[in-house]
Design a protein. Structure first.
Lengths: 345, 300
């Protein structure tokens, strides 16, 4: 553990023709951190990863790896390894040869290589697959081999480019848990690119939310979810209601825009007495989305604005929640749950 | 018409059989049949007195084939075909790599056209152009004189085995013309093979510490090998069977194609010509076995 950031972006820009893929990004990723780059496709997160790996060079600004400038250092001399989105396992080599590739090109002797390959395969729980070819592996197994191939080199930083994107939901959740456990076990920095906000929240120690090549917010999952800095973050990370303009004035007395999470809004009865620190309004339920564990109501306010409201299905059945459609409802939330935000969506 | 279409739609096997029958008949009877007839010819013999082919099984033609002079022809042809294949592969790789990896659509189309365009003109015309280029008073010696490299040219021509009185009358000249005429047949399959290698494989190799040379050796070349082998099938077999280039540009020593031509045309010895024709077939079979041993088809 050291105080020098494992990866540091200093005002980095990267353009592709007219498109600014990465726009003035400054970022510090600490040693041994599980850091997620979260954002929609085309937001520049993968380009940032490729800048760290050395496949791209910044047009301006600088990148430091462990305190040393990375400019002019080719990918093969960087103490960084990547797990590619398509895994990029070499089809003409066995699993053993794939995993041992980094050691082979660095001329590690055969006995040491053999030992470390076996160790890496055990780490990803594939000890018996050494002789197989990538074509004979399932998606989840390829994923593990790609991880082993990167980790066997004991890099300072492991870069993961949406590695779970191609897996089905169950396997993805399983691999998320394994990734997290693996990172704690090997104790190196993981930089993980994803567009899945749930994945970013559950895996990372800290995350950066990207939009149009810029960072909107950096923080812990709790900070980003509970105190979104912008309306975009509030909307992209989880579901959120943005309240601004006249509606904000009528509800709170001031025109300052704020966001409120659907699960913080309650459906309350007309008669319920509400305290002074509670905000309330009425509306009509226009749509009901039954999601199993909870239900999402779309409530239309008198001014035509629509709010999402989420309620746990503790006792209600699907038929009961669907019956709410068209009903007049009263909404209430604690003022403390409101998050003032800057910028528009 | 509609009823026929429906009937065929409901019987996919019949449709398949009808579609495959013409090409299979062509390949089976016209092509393989004549090939078989050819091989059989090599087991007949020519009667020296009457000049007629005796259609009775005999090994005497094959005995006549295995003379040092004939084996010289085989060795010369194989050496030339190997050299041409190697040279076209070396020339084709950088071009194919650029086309498959870096060239934008327009540049790619232009290069593809540039590679294919020579095939639009007659092969004979192109070969005889090389004769003019390489002749004693031709373009090459003219340019060599201007830049003061006559010495180098003379030195090359004085080399044993490959040299000769002038480039247009030497194995070296034939080699140059061969490389030129068969190059497109090597470029195209290698481009196709490289296109099937995702850029992420090369990046993965760099990422894992593979230097450019190691990446080329362990990742790019093995994955492009099927393309080289496919291209080599063309360049190797086309060189083995050719009689125009060595005739126009070579010296007086024969190549396989010329031997076939001379024996069945001038001498009328069809059995011996047939024996000479069997040689490239055997050599190509060996080439494919060797390629398979090298793992050329594993990444397919």
């Amino acid at each position: 553990m050291s105080d020098v950031p494992a990866v540091r972006f200093i005002r980095v820009c990267r353009r592709f023709g007219e498109v600014v893929a990465v726009d003035d990004v400054s970022l510090e990723i600490q040693d041994r951190e599980f850091f997620c780059l979260l954002g929609p496709s085309g937001s520049g997160k993968t380009t940032c990863l490729r800048l760290v790996a050395g496949f791209e060079q910044p047009d301006s600004g600088a990148i430091e790896l462990a305190g040393k400038p990375a400019a002019g250092v080719p990918p093969y001399d960087r103490d960084v390894n990547t797990v590619f989105q398509d895994y990029a396992l070499f089809p003409h080599m066995s699993v053993r040869e794939n995993v041992g590739y980094g050691l082979m090109v660095r001329k590690v002797n055969a006995a040491e290589r053999e030992r470390r390959v076996q160790e890496a395969l055990e780490l990803v729980r594939l000890p018996a697959a050494a002789e197989r070819r990538p074509a004979q592996l399932s998606g989840g197994q390829k994923q593990r081999v790609a991880l082993a191939r990167a980790l066997v080199n004991r890099p300072r930083v492991l870069l993961l480019d949406e590695p779970l994107g191609a897996l089905d939901l169950k396997l993805r959740q399983e691999m998320q848990l394994e990734l997290k456990a693996l990172q704690e076990k090997v104790g190196i920095t993981f930089v993980h690119v994803t567009h899945d906000q749930e994945e970013a929240l559950s895996l990372s120690n800290r995350l950066a939310v990207f939009r149009d090549g810029r960072i909107e917010q950096v923080g812990t999952p709790a900070e980003v979810y509970e105190q979104p800095a912008t309306a975009f973050v509030a909307d992209f990370v989880g579901v959120s209601n943005l309240i601004q303009g006249t509606l904000a004035t009528s509800l709170t007395g001031s025109p300052g825009a704020f966001t409120i999470r659907p699960e913080r809004i309650r459906l309350v009865s007309e008669s319920e007495a509400l305290g002074g620190d509670v905000c309330s309004t009425t509306g009509v339920v226009r749509d009901v989305v039954y999601l199993g564990m909870h239900t999402r109501y779309v409530v239309e306010l008198p001014g035509g604005e629509r709010l999402f409201v989420a309620e746990q299905n503790r006792a209600a059945t699907a038929a009961q929640v669907h019956a709410a459609r068209g009903r007049r409802v009263r909404l209430a939330w604690e003022r403390a749950a409101q998050r003032p935000v800057a910028g528009s969506r | 018409m509609r009823r026929l279409a429906t009937a065929l739609h409901l019987r996919p096997r019949l449709t398949l059989a009808l579609l495959l029958a013409p090409p299979l008949l062509w390949l089976g009877i016209v092509y393989l049949g004549s090939l078989l007839a050819l091989v059989m010819q090599s087991f007949f013999r020519l009667d020296d007195y009457t000049g007629l082919v005796v259609r009775r099984f005999t090994l005497s033609t094959w005995r006549a084939f295995f003379t040092p002079a004939n084996l010289d022809i085989v060795a010369r042809s194989v050496a030339m075909a190997s050299a041409v294949t190697l040279a076209t592969a070396l020339l084709a790789f950088p071009l194919a790599y650029y086309m498959a990896r870096y060239a934008r659509a327009r540049m790619r189309a232009f290069l593809m056209l540039a590679v294919l365009m020579p095939l639009w003109s007659s092969y004979l015309v192109r070969v005889y152009f090389w004769k003019l280029i390489l002749a004693k008073e031709g373009v090459v010696s003219y340019l060599a004189a201007i830049v003061g490299l006559e010495g180098v040219l003379d030195f090359v021509l004085a080399l044993p085995v490959v040299g000769g009185p002038s480039l247009s009358v030497s194995p070296l000249g034939a080699f140059v013309a061969f490389v030129y005429v068969w190059l497109p047949y090597m470029v195209l399959p290698v481009v196709a093979a490289l296109e099937r290698v995702p850029a992420s494989f090369v990046e993965a190799s760099f990422d894992l510490g593979g230097r450019p040379r190691q990446t080329l050796r362990y990742v790019t070349l093995p994955l492009a090998l099927p393309g080289f082998v496919a291209g080599g099938i063309f360049t190797f077999s086309l060189t083995l069977g050719d009689f125009v280039v060595p005739g126009a540009l070579g010296n007086s020593s024969f190549f396989l194609g010329q031997a076939v031509l001379a024996h069945q045309g001038t001498a009328g010895n069809v059995p011996l010509a047939a024996a000479f024709t069997v040689v490239p077939m055997v050599l190509m079979a060996l080439y494919l076995v060797l390629a398979k041993r090298l793992g050329a088809f594993e990444a397919l």
